[in-house]
Structures are given as C-alpha cells and as structure tokens.
Ligand binder design. Structure first.
Ligand SMILES: [Zn+2]
Length: 159
C-alpha cells in the first residue's frame, strides 16, 4: 500500500507554515528551509535544508515540523539534507522584504555592494564579524545610523 498523495499534500501544507524560531514572521517555506515532503510505503519524510540563517535553531525547527505534521494527522521523520546547499538565494522575495523591514536584516548580494535595507546606502561599515549568530555579521549604516545585520553564506564567492 502506498501513502496517498493527499497525505503528502496535507503534511506539506502543515509543515510549510511552520515559522522560523528566530524570525517569527517567516515560514520555513519562505526561508527556503523546506525542501520536500516525500513518502515511501510506510512513512512520510520531510526534507529540510539546514540554513546558516538560523543555524542554532535547527532542533527547534525539527520539533516544530514533527508537531505540525502530527497536528495534521501524520507522523513524519525529518531529514536534514546535505544537498542542495542552502544559500540566501533560497529566501523568497516577500521574505526578503520582511527581513529588511522588520528585522533590519539584509542579504549580501552575489555581486556588488551590500545595501542598507532601510535607506539603501551602500557604504556600510563593518562592525562585528559575529553578529546575532555566527552566520551573520553586523554592519553600521553611517547614513541612517542603524546597525544592519548582514546574512552571509559560506557559498558566496565559491562559484
Ligand atoms: Zn541606512
């Protein structure tokens, strides 16, 4: 017996609305953490791509995904994929806007200067390499005088 597509769709809908523990306005779908929901004959598995954005939060995300699936009526296992590798490119456009407006977080672009999400100034000054987590750095916008968190990616510049 095969697990029906409807079950997979129910689980997908349930887990895609799980929010990131750190960015409560953003779902794991918007952040590109949710990769796929797959099933074999006996179980449903949720594949997640570990993000550097919320790296310390993966345990919480895993628990929330399992709980959301269970609430929709299904037990799932969670697998963190090694491939594809998460990059900021996986963050949706609407999520980028929320990150900029609500959290003053910007994504370092693949090319060109990093922009202040508040005023668009491109002359950000480095402040700290550590930031809120090891995944982010804090820069300073001399124009609007705000600290800006910049999301980095290990993959940046490696292509
Ligand atoms: Zn600014």
């Amino acid at each position: 017996m095969r697990i029906a597509d409807t079950a997979i769709n129910v689980v997908r809908a349930a887990v895609s609305s799980v929010t990131d523990p750190e960015y409560a306005d953003l779902t794991i779908q918007q952040l590109g953490i949710l990769e796929d929901v797959v099933a074999d004959s006996i179980s449903i598995r949720v594949d997640l791509v570990p993000t550097i954005l919320g790296c310390p939060a993966l345990d919480v995300i895993e628990k929330d995904v399992v709980a959301a699936a269970r609430a929709s009526g299904y037990d799932v296992t969670v697998r963190f994929c090694m491939s594809p590798i998460w990059t900021p490119d996986r963050i949706s456009e609407d999520a980028r806007q929320i990150l900029a407006e609500e959290y003053v977080v910007t994504i370092r672009p693949r090319e060109g200067p990093t922009k202040c999400p508040l005023c668009g100034n491109t002359a950000l000054q480095p402040r700290s390499d550590v930031g809120g987590t090891a995944c982010r750095s804090v820069e300073w916008c001399p124009d609007c005088r705000n600290p800006v968190e910049v999301v980095r990616s290990r993959q940046m510049g490696e292509r």
